[in-house]
Structure formats: C-alpha cells, structure tokens
Design a protein. Structure first.
Length: 421
C-alpha cells in the first residue's frame, strides 16, 4: 500500500538539492565549488505514463515545474525557465545548464563562481577559468581551458546576462526577505567588489576555509588555545575572511576575553565581512559591557530587515538598557507574526522578572517551554517566578530542570542553592 493505503499520486519526483564533496577537490562539504560531486544529484520521476528508462540528457531542477504542469494537463506560463522532462530528449538537444556558487562570495568576499554545462562540456567562470570534458574526465581533474579556449569562450557566451557580478539590486518585499532568510540565505555581508583576481579564486583559498572548520572543531573539543592559534593564523593570511572572525570571537568569548572578542567583531563589521550572526553576537556582547546605545544602533537595522533572531536580541538589549516598555513592544511584534515563538516568550518572561511581575513571568516561561521544553533559561525563569509567588514546593523541580539542560547555568545553580536553603 502507498501511504497507508491512500491512492498513489499522479506524479512522484525524488531528487536532492545538492551533493557533498567529502574532500574531493579539497572541499569538505558543499557551497564553495560546483564540481560534479555537488552538482550531480539523483532525479527519479515516476508516473509520467508508459515507458521507462535512464535518460542521459542533462536535466535541471528548473525543468521540474514544467514537467509537473504537463503531467497535470496545464500549460506552462510564457517565459517559464526549464523544459518538460515528460518526453525523451537527445543529449545533443538538451538545453545548457547554468549553475553558480555564491556562498563564498557573499560571506567571504571570494570570487563569484558561475558556469554552464552544454552537452558533456563544462565551463567554470573564475579568475582561473576551467573547462572539462565530463565524458572522458568525470572527476574533473584535467583542466582543458588553455587547450580549448575557443570552446570555453563559446560556453562563456551562454552565461545569462542577469548572472553578471555584482548583481543588479531589485526590490525585495519583507515577506520575500523573511522567506529567503528562513532558507539560510541573506546572511552574507561581505564587501561588494566589482573585480576579482587570482588571489580571490576559491581554488587558492579552500585550504583556509578548511582551517576555519578546524578551528571550530578545536573549539567544540574545548581546545581553546589551539583553536585561537588556528583562527589567528587564517586571519594573518586573509584579513578579510568573515568566517575566521566568527571562529576567533567565539573562542575569545569562551575564554572570557570579552573586550578582545568585541574588537575582533568590530573589525569584521568595519571590513563588511561580518555575518548577521556575528553582528547579533556583537550587539549582545556590547550590551554585556554596558555599551547599550552602540548595541541598539547595531541591532536595529537587522531587526527592521525581518531577522527574528535580531529582533529577539534587540528586545533583550533594550531591556538590559532599562527600556523595558520598548523591549516589550519589539518582542510582542514578533508574537504578532508567530504567536508561539518560544524565544520571544522566554525574553518577555525575563523582562517580567526584572519588573517583579511574577505571574506574568510564570505564564511567559510556561508558554516558552510549551514550544521548546529544553530551554534552560525558561526553566530558571519559571522556578524563580514560582518561588516569588510563594509556590516554593514547585520551584525546585523547575530550577533543577534548568540545571539538567545546562549544567553551567550559574544563575540556575545559585537559585537551586538559595531555594534549598
């Protein structure tokens, strides 16, 4: 039976968004390059009617919508990219396949990677251009650019005009921006450049990226001195690498060197290579040392852009600055769009505690835990509120839950001891 006895759908499509390099071409995962280990993914289509088999022509994800429309008996809108895969297509008749990899451009300031596949020939447009015959060289180990420049120039002319870097900036609605951010986009803040040299080619920089990953691994293992040395070494070679500033500042914060971490994050912002996450951390760190006005000025633009994490952070910082009413407005605005946001309820519980509103703090903490029962801070806020409401038999369990989820939550540990006494 299909789906517990339900009628099978007319069409089933099985595919993937990308592959993983796993060390091939020096890349540990995906996002830096666009070699076949990340571009070539499974594509199985079931339910198109009679006939089956393996198609050898290049197919693209933009072909899926026209295929689904045809299977549903609907006409594709004029100008829709892609072609239907419902009928056989000879490899020689397949449309060129455009691809790009811009994560390293947006987050690191490296050269933008664009390319096109026509037939079984692949061109990659970079400061060090590449041309591969995928039929005879599926591993893409023999760059034929110098030997076949005419073919490379012909493929370069197939790159779409709208892919030229830097892109033209169009209007993006707040809803579109939120949707893109939820998918992991719009997080890059690298300085916009109009030209790139060999020193910006990802092939010459992948080793540095791997060293940043190594710094993160060392940090997660608690080997902070080693992680610090690796991150600083990367920045010594590439001072504008935003991900290295992220790793460096995280290690410094863990070591308790807040002022030095702030200086590193401010440098990343100055160079325009700080991610939204790093800017948010900088705002929270500035608030921690009492630089509230700077923190608020830093967080407000990101919060206004629809980044929910920054809106939550802004609410926290406003409250720490004593501007509780403004903090509540900012956080309640978040709940207008997503009423069950556990972090917003958690932060509102904290504001209520600061104002001595114990019932409000209790209710907000419970709302937060209903959305995420593993929020250590919310358990601590709940226990504190219960204790101050005179419900002292109930407070220890809540506080102990905070400690169980975060054994280094010193506030919760102190509260456990205070209630026990």
């Amino acid at each position: 039976p299909f789906l517990d006895g339900a009628e099978p759908p007319t069409l089933v499509v099985l595919t993937s968004d990308h592959g993983e390099a796993l060390g091939e071409h020096g890349e540990a995962t995906h996002g830096l390059f666009a070699y076949e280990e990340t571009l070539q993914v499974p594509l199985v289509i079931w339910g198109l009617g009679p006939g089956s088999g393996l198609e050898t022509a290049t197919a693209r994800h933009v072909d899926l919508l026209p295929t689904v429309l045809e299977a549903a008996g609907l006409d594709a809108p004029a100008g829709l990219p892609g072609r239907s895969l419902a009928g056989p297509v000879a490899p020689s008749d397949a449309a060129p396949a455009y691809f790009e990899a811009l994560m390293a451009t947006l987050s690191r300031g490296w050269a933008p990677l664009r390319g096109v596949i026509e037939g079984r020939t692949k061109f990659i447009s970079l400061p060090i251009p590449e041309l591969y015959d995928l039929e005879s060289d599926p591993a893409e180990s023999d760059n034929l650019f110098d030997a076949r420049r005419d073919r490379a120039r012909a493929l370069a002319r197939l790159l779409p005009d709208e892919s030229v870097w830097p892109p033209r900036q169009g209007e993006v609605t707040g809803e579109e921006r939120a949707a893109l951010r939820s998918l992991g986009y719009l997080s890059g803040r690298a300085r916009s450049k109009s030209s790139f040299g060999v020193e910006d080619d990802p092939k010459n920089l992948v080793e540095l990226d791997n060293r940043v990953h190594r710094a993160v691994e060392l940090y997660q293992q608690g080997r902070l001195d080693e992680a610090l040395a690796v991150a600083r070494g990367v920045l010594g070679r590439r001072p504008d690498m935003g991900s290295a500033y992220s790793a460096l500042s995280q290690v410094l914060l863990e070591r308790g060197e807040t002022e030095e971490a702030i200086a590193a994050m401010e440098r990343a912002v100055e160079l325009e290579v700080a991610s939204e996450t790093l800017v948010r951390q900088l705002g929270l760190s500035l608030s921690q040392v009492g630089r509230f006005d700077e923190a608020i000025a830093l967080l407000e633009p990101q919060a206004a852009g629809g980044d929910r994490d920054s809106q939550n952070a802004l609410g926290v910082v406003l409250s720490e600055a004593g501007r509780h009413a403004e903090a509540r407005v900012a956080l309640e605005r978040l709940l207008d769009a997503e009423p069950d946001d556990p972090v917003a309820h958690e932060n509102l519980a904290l504001i209520a505690l600061r104002l001595g509103e114990w019932s409000e703090a209790r209710d907000r903490a419970r709302r937060a835990l209903a959305g995420n029962p593993e929020l250590a801070l919310s358990w601590n806020y709940l226990g504190t509120a219960l204790y101050n409401l005179g419900l002292r038999p109930e407070a220890p369990d809540a506080l102990q839950s905070a400690v169980s989820y975060d054994p280094q939550n010193w506030d919760a540990l102190y509260n456990v001891a205070a209630v026990a006494m």
